[in-house]
Design a protein around this ligand. Sequence first.
Ligand code: HEC
Length: 162
Amino acid sequence: MMRTKKTTRLSLALTGALALGGLLATGPGIAHSQEQSGGEVEAAIKYRQSVMSVLGGVMGTTVGQLRDGIAYGPELQPMAEALAAASGDIPALFPEGTGEGETDALPAVWEEREAFEEAAATFDEQARAFAEAVAGGERAEIFQSFRDLGEACKSCHEDFRD
Ligand code: HEC
């Protein structure tokens, strides 16, 4: 029974990691366009929310893996890699002109762009640190860097998400 549950969770995580890769590869990519129609704005908002949802799923899965002691080694690698792959691209998910509509992004994302990009850069660093810790296999470091990574999510949400 337990076994089935764990396997399911792991394969869900893998699906999430793959979906994230796909999302990042095929996003609407309107970051560089000057004029945006309502449809494009809506698509950009949906796109970033789904990337964030995948991040949430990957983080949740990793919590489960660590807490239940399922994985401290190669099984964590796809999660860590998905997080690191997504982390460099956060500001591009919030192009100018996508602050209105069905979004929880606060105006501060654009009004305090430097601080937002700093929060994104911190997150990027933590995601890479976590990936390195996973590759290194040191349990204490894996836990610590994962905690720091969670803090980076939380801290950006506190300042920039409604
Ligand atoms: C640099 C800022 C920043 C970082 C870092 C960040 N987020 Fe977010 N996140 C946001 C903002 C802003 C929104 C609101 C987006 C919107 O509604 O358009 C959001 C939304 C979300 C959502 C809701 C998505 C939805 O369906 O509406 C989830 C879940 C989420 N983030 C998870 C995470 C997780 C997990 C991490 C870390 C692994 C993370 N975020 C890192 C800024 C950030």
